[in-house]
Design a protein around this ligand. Sequence first.
Ligand code: AMP
Length: 284
Amino acid sequence: MEIAETIVKAREVVRSWRSRGLSIGLVPTMGYLHEGHASLIRRAKEENDQVALSVFVNPTQFAPNEDLAKYPRDFQRDSALCSSLGVGLIFHPEPLEMYPSGFATYVEAPALGLNLCGRSRPTHFRGVLTVVLKLFNILEPTRAYFGLKDAQQFFILKRMVTDLSLDLAVVPCPIIRESDGLALSSRNAYLSESERRAALVLHKALTQAEASVLAGETNSLQVVSAMKKIIAQEPLAKLDYAEVVETKGLTLVNEIVGETLVALAVYIGQTRLIDNFLWKANNK
Ligand code: AMP
């Protein structure tokens, strides 16, 4: 397994693959890898000749009041996991390598960031789009793998790939959970024992919402207010948002028909957690 800290070195590795006609699966991450990331790596490995994974805690997607400095990091553990899963290249740049002095160009899709996480984190997706486009340019993947845990991110990136005519496929991957239902996240490391228990409220609200939709409820307001009630019963939880959007323009919808995203962001103590379920009419 190769580890590249510079763009030049990463390009050398991927160009040698490309020159041999090998396909490349890319898994962009912020590190502190868990089974959710591992599922993306396995899928990339199945569908491509080589897998590249980036570990980069991207400063431009954090607002000044957010957790950039304390975001968990353990590169040794990450590289051991990647090596055991057959990753061919880890790209692990310093911020200055990605954002050299004078950096001034950003990618934005403002209309897709009006709801969900975009509302509470107004500069977040501009940072995500910018860094992912850079990763695509540097690592030239055939396919790139993203978890539906960050569903809004996936749909915005898919839009970028279409809008900017990028020559690659973005592949959505299912949410991986702990056995009790909590969605895996590097940020779960922030939770105390009591917060860890309280964090189950996201999954509880979403599974009850999904059951009600499965039983025929199509009114978003009803679904959202039932989820809000469940969140309000947990003393350590504070709701950021509970919203229902369609997946093309990510606009709020009153009726759950077609492909619909039901999503939550909840503070458990100081830690902001997100989770969702994707509803497709043919789920029924
Ligand atoms: P992160 O390191 O949190 O930026 O995540 C990197 C990639 O892993 C993103 O595409 C995430 O959506 C994905 N991911 C994170 N947690 C999970 C999970 N529990 N299940 C599936 N994918 C995940």
